[in-house]
Design a protein around this ligand. Sequence first.
Ligand code: SF4
Length: 492
Amino acid sequence: PGTRRWLFADQLGPHFLDAPDQPVLLLESTDVFRRGRFHRRKAHLILSALRHRAAELGEQAVFVQAPTYREGLAACGEAVSVCDPTSYPARRFVRRLPGVEVLASRGFVVSERQFRGWAERRGGKRLLMEDFYRDVRRFHGLLMDGAEPVGGTWNYDHENRSGPPRQEKLDLAEPRWPVEDDIDAEVRADLDRWERDDGVEFTGSDGPRRFAVTRREALGVLRRFLDERLEQFGTYEDAMLAGDPWMAHSLLSAPQNLGLLDPLEIARRAEEHGRAHGVRLASVEGFVRQVVGWRSYTWHLYWHLGEGYKQRNALGSERTIPDWFGDLDADAVEANCLRHVLGQVRDEGWTHHIPRLMVLGNWGLQRGYRPAELADWFWRNFVDGYDWVMTTNVVGMSQHADGGVLATKPYVSGGAYIDRMSDFCGGCRYDPKVRVGEDACPFTAGYWNFLAGHREELEGNRRMTQALRGLDRLRDLDGVLHQEAERGDGAP
Ligand code: SF4
């Protein structure tokens, strides 16, 4: 069965073993949670997943709880192999350990070697997500009719941009929620004890576990998603509802990033299910694009762009994240969109991709929060957050701190976008159309303030020409700038 395989907590699926009966080492390090504050639900999810895997494997696994990985490895006392871990510091760490064989990473639709070859063949051209995604589909024969994409089109994004439905919840079966067991109770008791006796601090609030921690649970969530939710996924993919944070989303990012499901397996099941049940192609394609396209693309760019990428700060954003934001203090916020979304993060450790990008990220970009600090904030507070996920998504995509490597323009918008894509504005004390005064929407005012403050960096960008023309026509710009300077770090 081979050498003992050390599995990190994000490598828990069967595809991280060479054979089903390979001996396993699982290490739980308590010191990890002392290095800065994590969301309590994230800590719960990771510990619960590790302990469930240990229970599932029984005698096949050595399970060690120790302050540090080093001490855990010493307690195991055997030579082990490990699939290359998912962050720069973890890779450095495993390479320094004696008796540890490091293998190629797993869990993505193409290997790192394949990606390097792909990038070299582009010969210095931009590494576009769309090109990568199409080649992945060709390579794996996903959603293909021979050499052509199913339906004749690669990308159905234009059909997947509906605003919110009229009702305050989508008319869908609930997602499949996990049922907690004794292991969860034990994790919760340990976390309580660490907080009480050991001075470990967490963010966010505790509550019933929402995300799958075993492969069995994850497959159940996938099945329910395909049966009940996939059809509506695409249509409302980008919309936000105050009363329904989950909408038609799959809730599979957390179990996927724990390594419980293989992305190719998810995509193939979605395709098969779509064909067998006549599911709207735009929804199937939109979902497959997230799983085998965007997710894998950002993973590979994390390595391709190098460790220094995280520190890029093309817009010179130097503001420290204020306490109310860092502490997820949604009650301090009056702006309805931000209040709701920050509240979701506090309560669930999760919101879907649009509130992340267009509410939280947009806010951080407008206010000039330090990109690397914001990436860490997302990493620590989201149940599916990891350094590789958040570095590319936050520093590049959301904060435009890479000067346009990942996204050709900053994802910045005023209240009009949020109003179009959500039902937040109706219940807000601010007005998305107002820029100055008591009712001024902080996102709308912040948008113009951002453009004025970064005119120089944005001027050469063709995709920003129209926005900058709008700025030139603004007659009350001085009032906006004055008001925004006054706002400082306070919660809106
Ligand atoms: Fe958010 Fe502005 Fe709409 Fe209020 S008016 S919900 S602050 S976008």
